[in-house]
Ligand binder design. Structure first.
Ligand code: IMP
Length: 200
């Protein structure tokens, strides 16, 4: 049995504004007050795990211990079939020091060349950690195809090149609520809520 979250305040262990916004939106219905690690001035730990879950656990644990209240971390990325799963856990790093995702999307497109398989998935690991070191982790995915050129202004990261299976528009062309209904983050979130939140 997973440990239940029975507090009313949670640290979002991320310095990425796009993720903090999406996690805040996904948590809104549960009446949980959120504060980001960035707002608390917490340092960013070194993400040297080799999986999405390992990196989410590093971030959640560091923030929970530093803040003294439970913390939720997201580690996520884009896995491209034709690139053997790259950029994967290195998705943020492909944007370079300026964190410019037009650079990262162009690099993915160039490396894919004219590969026939345009398939990719976003994966999201979510870890809820408590200051005593206990952790609960979940992983969600959404599958789709990559398009070029980029389309849309909404969302963040690689959203302008990702069209989820069965749809015609990219995540960056969709309303946030539509992305939240099907995204890798929403998938992991459902698992987290079912396991760790009282929903009645
Ligand atoms: P990290 O988890 O902070 O290492 O960074 C993950 C990176 O993956 C983000 O900076 C984004 O570029 C990308 N990513 C994760 N989730 C999404 C998403 O929902 N849309 C677009 N890009 C995403």
């Amino acid at each position: 049995m997973a440990r239940l979250f029975d507090g009313n305040k949670l640290v979002i262990a991320s310095h990425n504004k796009g993720k903090v916004r999406e996690i805040g939106e996904l948590l809104a219905p549960y009446g949980v007050e959120t504060i980001s690690a960035g707002d608390l001035g917490l340092p960013e730990p070194v993400e040297d795990g080799l999986t999405f879950i390992a990196n989410a656990e590093i971030k959640a644990l560091a923030a929970a211990k530093a803040a003294g209240i439970p913390a939720l971390a997201d580690d996520s990325g884009l896995e491209v079939n034709a690139l053997g799963g790259e950029p994967g856990i290195y998705s943020a790093r492909w944007a370079g020091p300026s964190k410019d995702f037009t650079v990262a999307m162009a690099a993915v497109n160039e490396k894919m060349g004219d590969a026939e398989d345009r398939g990719a998935n976003f994966t999201c690991a979510l870890t809820l950690a408590w200051p005593d070191g206990h952790m609960e982790s979940f992983e969600g995915k959404v599958f789709g195809d990559l398009v070029w050129p980029m389309r849309g202004e909404k969302g963040f990261g690689y959203d302008p090149v990702f069209v989820p299976t069965g749809h015609k528009v990219t995540f960056a062309e969709m309303e946030p609520a539509d992305k939240h209904a099907m995204s890798h983050r929403a998938d992991a979130f459902k698992q987290l809520i079912n396991a760790c939140f009282r929903t009645t």
